[in-house]
Ligand binder design. Structure first.
Ligand code: 13P
Ligand code: SF4
Length: 313
């Protein structure tokens, strides 16, 4: 349940007036703060948000997510103004794959297709043959003619795909998502003792040991669909805690258990996703600052693998 304070009500009223006046749309990822999810025009996983960004008629897209998501919206819509409420909201995993490093790997394996997770920075996307999200990765990789795949930057999503596409050879970049990596299989098994009838649903960014004991592995929106409709009352959720808000909104009759972890936030928590706030959204709508600006050539080159993904799925 979300509680809206008087200050928040005031902020929301001003955001509503401005987005109407400026023909702006607010897109939000499921890991955003609950109060942002509540007022967004669309809440979704990275694939749904990329599609929405491609289809919108709005003049301004305010993107409440991490930077690579806002960049993706801009690359797909170069003529639109894309505003990022907090430019400091980046993705540590995306930063683990550098342009120079990926270029070197590509030269080392010239017959391999470079498959880049959407969680990459725009310059790195220019080196990719195709982009994937956690929702469509297996399908996209299967559809490629190449037998050898360089997968960047998430080694765990890469391993998850490799298991399902055993006929191809994978070269994995050693990146990882810090919040998901920190979730151990023991933490989930401990909860399973407490709730023996519960099902376990996790994101493929979790480490391989954790993924192996799950009943279901999928993207954020796939986890939502599974958890709200599966046949158990309790579902143990192995992903970022922001998902709880949407799960409880969609189906409040179930018990969604988020594990306690050993990291400093005590749960699977993406600090970067939480850097966007209602007042920052209002501020960019007023000032139109923090616009995503990318060099023309990077946008052109990065658009090709993104569009290829959207054509496949
Ligand atoms: P989804 O594509 O499942 O929304 O995941 C994005 C992400 O950054 C997960 O950490
Ligand atoms: Fe990046 Fe992980 Fe945060 Fe997703 S949850 S944005 S992969 S750090």
């Amino acid at each position: 349940m979300s509680i809206t304070t008087i200050e928040q009500k005031d902020l929301i009223k001003k955001i509503d007036e401005l987005r109407k006046k400026k023909n702006a749309i607010l897109l939000a990822h499921y890991y955003q703060r609950g109060e942002i999810q509540d007022i967004a025009d669309v809440v979704g996983d990275s694939l749904e948000l990329a599609r929405k960004a491609q289809q919108t008629n709005a003049d301004i897209i305010v993107f409440a997510g991490v930077r690579f998501m806002a960049e993706t919206a801009k690359i797909l819509n170069p003529e639109k103004k894309v505003l990022h409420p907090n430019p400091e909201s980046g993705c540590p995993m995306a930063d683990m794959a550098t342009y120079e490093g990926v270029k070197k790997l590509k030269e080392q394996y010239p017959d391999a297709a470079v498959v880049a997770y959407v969680n990459t920075n725009a310059d790195v996307k220019t080196l990719a043959d195709v982009i994937v999200t956690s929702r469509n990765a297996v399908k996209v990789v299967k559809a490629l003619p190449e037998d050898k795949i360089i997968f960047i930057p998430d080694q765990f999503l890469g391993s998850f795909i490799a298991k399902q596409v055993p006929e191809k050879e994978f070269i994995l970049w050693k990146g990882f998502c810090p919040p998901h990596f920190n979730l151990s299989k023991e933490q989930l098994l401990q909860l399973k003792k407490q709730y023996p009838n519960a099902k376990i649903a996790v994101h493929p960014e979790c480490n391989t040991d954790t993924v192996e004991i799950a009943d279901f592995v999928g993207s954020t929106s796939q986890i939502i669909k599974y958890a709200t409709t599966c046949d158990t009352d309790t579902v143990i959720i192995g992903t970022e805690v922001g998902l709880k808000h949407w799960l409880e909104k969609l189906n409040p009759n179930k018990n969604y258990v988020f594990p306690q972890t050993a990291d400093y936030c005590g749960t699977v928590h993406c600090c970067d996703m939480k850097k966007n706030t209602l007042d920052k959204i209002l501020s960019v709508l007023e000032s139109e600052e923090n616009e995503i600006i990318l060099p023309e050539d990077i946008m052109e080159k990065a658009k090709k693998p993104l569009e290829r993904m959207l054509q496949i799925v």
